[in-house]
Design a protein around this ligand. Structure first.
Ligand code: ARG
Length: 456
């Protein structure tokens, strides 16, 4: 019988043990648990609640348990319910009855809150590193293709020429906001809950600031009921992860489209594509598709935990144990996706010739023709109408805006002169010489800024 079942006459039913145990997944927080317990033991000794020699026995024992787990020598017994009990129980075997003093002035409720906060802090830093890796891959491809133009799209219709580097840096910007959002979420995870006890606080003179300092926390929680029962920091992590996956998913979608025969703007490296088991000609962008698909998982975890939490009265409720698998899976999914996307971007081949070919289709310079008329004195709306008619005319004659003759142009407006033929994709892009615009000089500055941000 487990040592905390004092008032019980029977063990839990086996199915109940399996249903309620979090050990099969929360063992992942063992390092956080040991670190938190060591800080707690040190603090108890400092406050004279525990003798220094007892504290030393506990700390040595905790380190021994940690190294057993590190070395796969730890026997996880599911009936011990969770990682906190599993570690304490092994500590008792190693250190003897003094192990029973470790839990003085502590509850698993503030303990699990502590471990989860520490895990979330580490997770945030890990995702941020992965975000940086993908940002660097985007920067490197943007640098290599600083002169390549392609059609920019709105409504998936060719709209105006843009630089490929500009397009890639758009994803850099999204990821930068994700990075910043994670920084912000970090602040809310970075608050130390130990000392909240089961719910009401601890009946001992603890030094909470000391524990916070030992564990690198910036602050201590200010309401014990809230501290043991709040998981909004996990939800915030998932919300940041969801936004980041949404961005990855958009990138994925673009790469799927671009690797189609119809676009052929990119070719995936063999190491980042998969064959079809039936159609030998195929090279499928499965990696991008899976990244897009896994977005659903992370949104699911976000919605799942929001739903788990929504009806919970104060304070701790066991429902909250559901946070961990969701957090761990969201974390594994986003880290794997970010790092695999970095590899995919690094190794992808862009096809500038095909991009250029597409620039010749779709009347992509129509806005430049309208701008030409505006610069020659016509109100924009009129210029827009005239250019629309010109495009119609060109379509009916099977011509492009570049191949229409000056006479064709002048049929629609006398403002056109020979220099209308100077319109080109490059000129069009170069004319967007404004902060945030696609002019090569602007994009070069953005690239420089991006490099500085990632420290390259
Ligand atoms: N396994 C629990 C969890 O993950 C730890 C806290 C349990 N507390 C309790 N009173 N049963 O939330």
């Amino acid at each position: 019988m487990s040592h905390i079942r004092g008032r019980f006459q029977k063990d839990a039913a086996e199915a109940v043990v399996r249903y309620t145990s979090s050990l099969p997944f929360d063992h992942r927080m063992y390092r956080q648990d040991v670190r938190g317990s060591i800080a707690h033991a040190n603090m108890l000794a400092k406050q004279g609640i525990l003798s220094t020699s007892d504290a030393k026995i506990l700390i040595d024992g905790l380190k021994a348990v940690e190294s057993e787990i590190d070395n796969n020598q730890f026997d996880f017994k599911i009936e011990l319910e969770d990682i906190h009990m599993a570690i304490e129980s092994r500590l008792r075997e190693i250190a003897g009855t003094v192990a029973g003093k470790l839990h003085t002035a502590r509850s698993r409720n503030d303990q699990v809150a502590l471990d989860t906060r520490m895990f979330t802090r580490d997770a945030i830093r890990e995702v941020q590193t992965a975000i940086r890796t993908l940002q660097k891959a985007l920067i490197s491809q943007a640098s290599k293709h600083s002169a390549v133009l392609l059609p920019g799209y709105t409504h998936m219709q060719p709209a105006q020429p843009v630089l490929l580097a500009h397009h890639l840096l758009a994803y850099f910007e999204m990821l930068q906001r994700d990075f910043d959002r994670f920084n912000d979420a970090y602040k809310r995870s970075d608050v130390m809950p130990l000392g909240s006890g089961a719910l009401a606080g601890a009946a001992y003179k603890l030094d909470r600031d000391y524990v916070a300092h030992e564990l690198g926390f910036s602050a201590v929680t200010q309401n014990s009921l809230d501290a043991v029962s709040d998981r909004d920091f996990v939800i915030e992590y998932m919300s940041c992860a969801s936004l980041c996956m949404m961005h990855l998913s958009r990138l994925a979608e673009e790469l799927v489209l671009w690797s189609s025969a119809e676009f052929a703007f990119v070719e995936m490296d063999d190491s980042y594509a998969t064959p079809s088991s039936i159609m030998p000609q195929k090279k499928n962008p499965d990696v991008a598709e899976l990244g897009r698909g896994k977005t659903g998982r992370i949104y699911g975890h976000l919605l799942g935990l929001l739903t788990t939490m929504k009806g919970l009265p104060l304070s701790y409720n066991r429902d909250m144990q559901e946070d961990k698998e969701a957090l761990f899976d969201a974390h594994d999914t986003i880290c794997a996706s970010l790092s695999i996307f970095a590899g995919m971007i690094e190794t992808i081949t862009f096809k500038p010739q095909n991009m250029e070919r597409s620039l010749g289709q779709g009347y992509i310079l129509a806005t430049d023709v309208a701008d030409y008329l505006v610069k020659n004195g016509l109100p924009f709306r009129e210029a827009h109408a005239i250019t629309g008619q010109l495009v119609n005319h060109a379509i009916s004659k099977g011509k492009t805006l570049e191949t229409l003759t000056l006479a064709d142009y002048r049929e629609f407006s006398q403002l056109f002169t020979e220099d209308i033929h100077a319109i080109s994709a490059l000129r069009s892009a170069t004319s967007k010489n404004i902060i945030g615009g696609t002019a090569p000089s602007q994009v070069a500055q953005q690239l420089e800024r991006a490099r500085k941000i990632v420290g390259n």
